[in-house]
Design a protein around this ligand. Structure first.
Ligand code: AMP
Ligand code: MG
Length: 341
């Protein structure tokens, strides 16, 4: 199959026609690029799993243009879901709710729930409106690998497998959406993202709900109850192909010991700008110290380092896990192993 990479503005109508015809289209969102297919079309959904090499037990997020469209995908859109949608949609925020039959069971890996998000990117919204379909869209990468945040990232992995990639420039957020399970009495954060636990708690309180939230919050750390764990929250995910280890700046001696033992290995280093004392390596990428700029550039730097023929990547791990750092730390933990002693 020939893959076209086209500017989003000129190819939007073609993209919408492809979606309606049951084909797949990669498109930009503010978080990462998505691999989209009609959420009501079984063969489109099968093709998403096939193109990604995604395990059948990992459900997909369904994208909708507004709250009214979301309500058509679920059996109950609770008052709490409505309050959160009003606050955080369109945006990097996904809610797990009870699924209606209109959405293929395979979208949800057979579960009776569905994850819904209204994205903020103008191209994603235009594609949803023009196609008139809810669009299931996981990140547009092969399963387990780093998510794509530019159209070139998508082309590097999926060329020849899908008919069209819409190029809308680099993603503004750069990390996958916050996923919150709303099927129980207390919301559970299944995946941290740009909508932080504090933002969620504040929004719930303002709307008159109890502000308790389960999940990996930095303040009220409560663990995710076993029965609501997200099947996609695999321990190893988002990983580069080069073996990658994380290190902490407070254990710099460990890093130095590792580098002494590394001999003539070609080492790639990913770190933040405020640590000039880090040792020189064959390839070094320096990320901004401010969280949202760091998140935006993280996958670009990771993917770039992964093409530099290094034997190993050493990646700095954040010390403070507050706000957006919680999401950055979550992805880095899954993408790397701990530095060996
Ligand atoms: P991705 O498509 O790669 O952004 O991953 C989507 C994430 O949403 C995965 O971690 C899934 O496990 C999670 N997810 C999607 N649908 C559901 C659902 N019905 N219940 C729980 N988690 C879900
Ligand atoms: Mg993904």
């Amino acid at each position: 199959m020939l893959t076209s990479l086209k500017p989003a503005v000129s190819a939007l109508r073609q993209a919408a026609e492809l979606i309606r015809a049951g084909e797949l289209v990669a498109f930009p969102t503010e978080t990462v690029y998505g691999l989209g297919g009609d959420a009501g079309n079984i063969s489109a959904i099968e093709r998403i799993y096939q193109v990604k090499g995604r395990p059948a037990h990992n459900p997909l997020i369904v994208h909708v243009p507004d709250i009214a469209a979301a309500q058509q995908c679920v059996t109950t859109f609770s008052p709490m879901a409505l309050a959160l949608a009003r606050q955080f949609w369109p945006g990097p925020f996904t809610m797990v709710l009870p699924r209606k039959d209109r959405i293929c069971p395979m979208v949800s890996a057979g579960k009776n729930t569905v994850a819904l998000r209204c994205p903020q990117h103008p191209v994603a919204l235009a594609l949803l409106r023009e196609s008139g379909r809810p669009i299931a869209a996981p990140s547009a990468n092969r399963s387990g690998y780093t998510s794509p945040t530019t159209a070139a990232h998508v082309a590097a992995e999926l060329s020849g497998l899908i008919p069209l990639i819409l190029d809308g420039g680099p993603c503004r957020v750069g990390l996958e959406s916050t996923v919150v399970d709303l099927t129980g009495t207390i919301p559970v954060i299944l995946r941290p993202g740009a909508v932080t636990p504090d933002m969620l708690a504040a929004s719930l309180a303002t709307a008159g709900f109890p502000s308790a939230v389960h999940g990996p919050s930095s303040r009220s750390v409560t663990t995710v109850p076993e029965e609501v764990k997200s099947p996609g929250q695999l321990e190893s995910h988002y990983a580069p192909r080069t073996p990658a280890y994380r290190f902490s700046i407070s254990k710099l001696d460990r890093l130095q010991r590792y580098l002494r033992q590394a001999g003539n290995q070609r080492v790639g280093l990913l770190c933040w700008e405020q640590w000039p004392q880090l040792p020189a390596c064959a390839e070094t990428r320096v990320l901004p110290a401010e969280a949202s700029a760091c998140a935006r550039e993280l996958y670009i730097a990771l993917r770039d380092l992964d093409t530099r023929h290094c034997d190993v990547l050493l990646i700095q791990y954040p010390e403070a896990m507050d706000g957006l750092w919680l999401a950055i730390g979550d992805r880095l933990r899954r993408a790397t192993k701990e530095l060996p002693l």
